[in-house]
Design a protein around this ligand. Structure first.
Ligand SMILES: [Mg+2]
Length: 155
């Protein structure tokens, strides 16, 4: 057993002994035992497009959950994440399109959800990218994806 797992197990035992809610320590124990990878989720056009899905995913995912958002107001972003009921270990603000890719690499995120191609261009190749469809990236009348010369190439 690793030191991290032992510490998490001791914390869980302490919480169970005191009647405290053990969700956090259970998650930490599972994370340390499985060494589960982290996931990253965009907020606007992503979590708000499918809040039930992301809320459920965030609670069953054993690894860290990061919300990465192109916003300036961190407090509002954290309130919105809480409003949607999404569990997250950290809300990270970025101020450039390519900055999300840097955060993804730095936090060792293995799966990333976003709706904007501009945010995905620089994501490392080994990261699984899952794109959320919405009215900003898909024309529902014509049933076609929307992209620019910068983000797409017609084949
Ligand atoms: Mg977005």
């Amino acid at each position: 057993m690793t030191d991290a797992a032992r510490t998490a197990l001791q914390q869980l035992q302490q919480e169970l002994d005191t009647g405290a809610e053990p969700q956090g320590s259970l998650r930490a124990l599972i994370r340390s035992l499985l060494d589960a990878p982290a996931i990253g989720i965009d907020l606007d056009g992503c979590i708000d497009e499918a809040p039930e899905w992301f809320r459920t995913l965030s609670y069953v995912w054993p690894g860290n959950v990061y919300v990465i958002t192109y916003r300036r107001d961190g407090e509002k972003a954290r309130r919105d994440v809480a409003h949607f009921g999404v569990r997250c270990d950290e809300v990270i603000l970025v101020d450039r399109f390519d900055a999300k890719a840097t955060v993804i690499a730095d936090r060792n995120i293995s799966v990333y959800f976003d709706d904007q191609d501009e945010m995905l261009l620089h994501v490392p190749e080994g990261v699984t990218v899952l794109k959320i469809r919405n009215g900003g990236n898909f024309d529902f009348d014509e049933r076609k994806w929307l992209f620019s010369d910068v983000t797409g190439r017609q084949i």
